[in-house]
Design a protein around this ligand. Sequence first.
Ligand code: UGA
Length: 446
Amino acid sequence: MAPDARPIGVIGIGWVGLVTAVCFAEMGHSVVAMDIDAKKVRGLSRGRVPIHEPGIDERLERNRERLTFTTEMEDVLEFARLLFCCVDTPPTYSGDADLSRVQAVVSQLPPDGEYALVMKSTVPSGTGRAIRRDAPGIAYVSCPEFLKEGTAVQDFLHPDRVVIGADSGAEWAADEVEALYRPLGGEIVRTDVASAEMIKLAANAFLATKISFINEIANVCEEVGADVTEVARGMGLDQRIGPAFLRAGAGYGGSCFPKDVSALKQLAGNTGYHFQLLTAVIEVNELQKRRIIGKLQKHLGALAGKTIALLGLAFKPDTDDMREASSLVLAARLQGEGAKVRGYDPVAREAAGKLLPSVELTESAADALEGADAAVIVTEWPEFAELDWTSLRERMAKPVVVDGRNFLDGRALSKAGFEYEGIGLANGGAQAGATPPAESAEASPR
Ligand code: UGA
């Protein structure tokens, strides 16, 4: 692909900003990426990637000459005129999105009509309109990101769709953004700013609703002796429903679903509309994270003094992101019950050390299981399916496995002498056997 005449600006080099910068560079564009964190910028300039995301390291390496990292906004403004805003918008106590970092970016842009701000950060519907009112000289484009952590590079380079929202006066900027994304394929959805902002929130809220729905179905399956993996398979083959996001488990986490669901609920609330369904989605998710405790009590009785090994601490595999991870809720609840908690994660050890200071973090799954009364699969890292569970059983004080992701082969574990219990599986999953990941209802294995 021919290099663009003018570099692209990226403001905020978090997970979204870094993937955006590196992937545009991979497409042949020059990119100037800016962040206020000088240590991060220094590291990136030397080729050091601060996050665990498959496919980033090698792309950063082979596109080093096209990528400039800086702490100065002036460097971005000197070279680029399309500015991709990728700063974070964390939730406030009330559940609203905190827009202070977005506002700080806007306040640094000259109001002379030369620049376009392309909003990648997730913001409530109405943000673009407010920015245009306060800074009418800036062309504003809403271009929400739909990347998934762990597969973000592939998602960027092969999008299902690219949503580009612009209002009158900013069409030139929307055209430029469309030209950037067109070579990637995927449907381009041109719309107005408020609708583009709403598409992002509605998409995440719908996916979260699907997860809470299947989790409630799983809980009913346990009562009636049905198997949720079979139910999800049968449901997912209906094209109107689709197979994705029907994996029951210990609840959704991460930096996006919990934040975006409450932001949409709050956004509606601010207009006087009570979004009843989302209130239930959030509540079901919180309860789901806690159901693991009941399952452990069923097998072990009171948990005081018991040692519980949490396998997988990141909010999902292939990331070291611990934000809103189910492991955080579980560890706190277990400790509240008086249990001793051990934890192991192949990549999130450093992040876990900061967030779980009273959990004993081990170097391997086997170390976590040594003398443990139970193992809980919290995150479905592939290596957990490859463990030699038969020999590990000898090292555990009690052979109890609670599989919060229906990831292991329950039948095989039961044969090996384990008390196995999954989520929403007939007979706990011991007789039926959990569906192995490759056959799961999710379309693409992660
Ligand atoms: C999510 C969306 O999928 C992306 O499209 C969006 O761009 C992103 O949020 C964002 O707003 O930035 P992500 O948070 O990376 O992406 O993670 P997902 O793969 O969607 O998983 C979210 C959570 O749902 C995880 O905790 C996962 O374990 C859980 N999940 C997912 C289930 O419990 N069941 C499922 O069937 C699918």
